[in-house]
Design a protein around this ligand. Structure first.
Ligand code: C5P
Length: 280
């Protein structure tokens, strides 16, 4: 049996580059893992089963962990069945990558338990099959992600930052937010296009998905205005929302109905899965 931390991510910047013929959007985004995290426990069982501390999360084949199990099996000779238990803390529908992180952590854990582990390349392929953001979580925790998000360029750890996540009382659907993107309306702003252009302290924070998200949820724009009016230098949406990220060390005054999470940047050290030394 193993228990692993499954961290959330924030997108420090997210630039949409183009709409592709396969319906996905080509992006360039700086992803960072943060200390807000779920935990995943994996143990051998008579048959596959997923359980979750948050009963509103479906535990059927639509759960990203079930998809991770299926993608892993395609690449492995192992025949074992598993019970995967998710202790949820990361809010869902928030743009914080909770489901993607759970899938990547499950893939990593399954491989750690396997007598004949699959190669790192196979693990990344399995992750990419589960979702665009999943391969990032197998990185060191800071990366420029390109393509539909699955092409990873590792970045050296950034200067540690404290931040707050403001979670509204509504969620946003990723496909619906992407569906509102109008490529012709995107700004032509300058931004770092590769890992070597990222400085540890100075990087832009912006998100091209804000305008489409604000169109779907005008209240979110009001929340950003309210938080920005408190004088914080950086207030921006993570991923496809609905969460907003603020760089600050003291809690902000909250818009009504919002929940607040305190976090900081974390990275995975060589030879560790976050706080767990390897081999497990
Ligand atoms: O890959 P994933 O399942 O996480 O993507 C969910 C949905 O988000 C896709 O079906 C697509 O509508 C949208 N998406 C996109 N461009 C991306 C990533 C996701 O349009 N780069």
């Amino acid at each position: 049996m193993i228990t692993l931390l499954s961290p959330a991510k924030v997108n420090l910047f997210l630039k949409i580059v183009a709409k592709r013929n396969d319906g996905y959007h080509e992006l360039i985004s700086l992803f960072q893992t943060i200390s807000l995290a779920d935990t995943i426990t994996i143990e051998k069982a008579m048959e596959d089963r997923i359980s979750c501390s948050d009963t509103s999360v479906p535990t059927d084949e639509t759960n990203t962990v079930a998809k991770a199990l299926a993608a892993y099996r395609k690449r492995s000779t192992a025949k074992d069945a598993f019970h995967v238990a998710i202790q949820k803390r990361i809010p869902h529908g928030a743009g914080l990558g909770g489901g993607s992180s759970n899938a990547a952590t499950a893939l990593f854990g399954l491989n750690a338990l396997a007598k004949e582990p699959v190669s790192e390349r196979d693990l990344i392929d399995a992750a990419s099959e589960v979702g665009s953001d999943v391969p990032f979580f197998l990185s060191g925790g800071t990366a420029i992600c390109k393509g539909r998000g699955e092409i990873i360029e590792e970045v050296s750890p950034l200067k540690k930052r404290s931040l707050y996540i403001v979670m509204p009382d509504f969620t946003l659907s990723t496909p619906k937010v992407y569906g509102k993107v109008r490529v012709e309306n995107l700004s032509g702003r300058d931004f770092p296009k590769s890992a070597c252009e990222i400085s540890s302290e100075n990087y832009p924070c912006f998100n091209d998905l804000e305008a489409p998200a604000f169109e779907l949820a005008p209240q979110l724009k009001e929340y950003k205005t309210y938080l920005s009016s408190q004088g914080y230098e950086r207030v921006f949406m993570s991923g496809s929302g609905s969460s907003l990220v603020i760089f600050c060390s003291k809690p902000p005054a909250l818009p009504p109905g919002c929940r607040l999470y305190s976090a900081s940047f974390i990275n995975r050290k060589r030879g560790y899965w976050y706080d767990t030394p390897l081999p497990l």
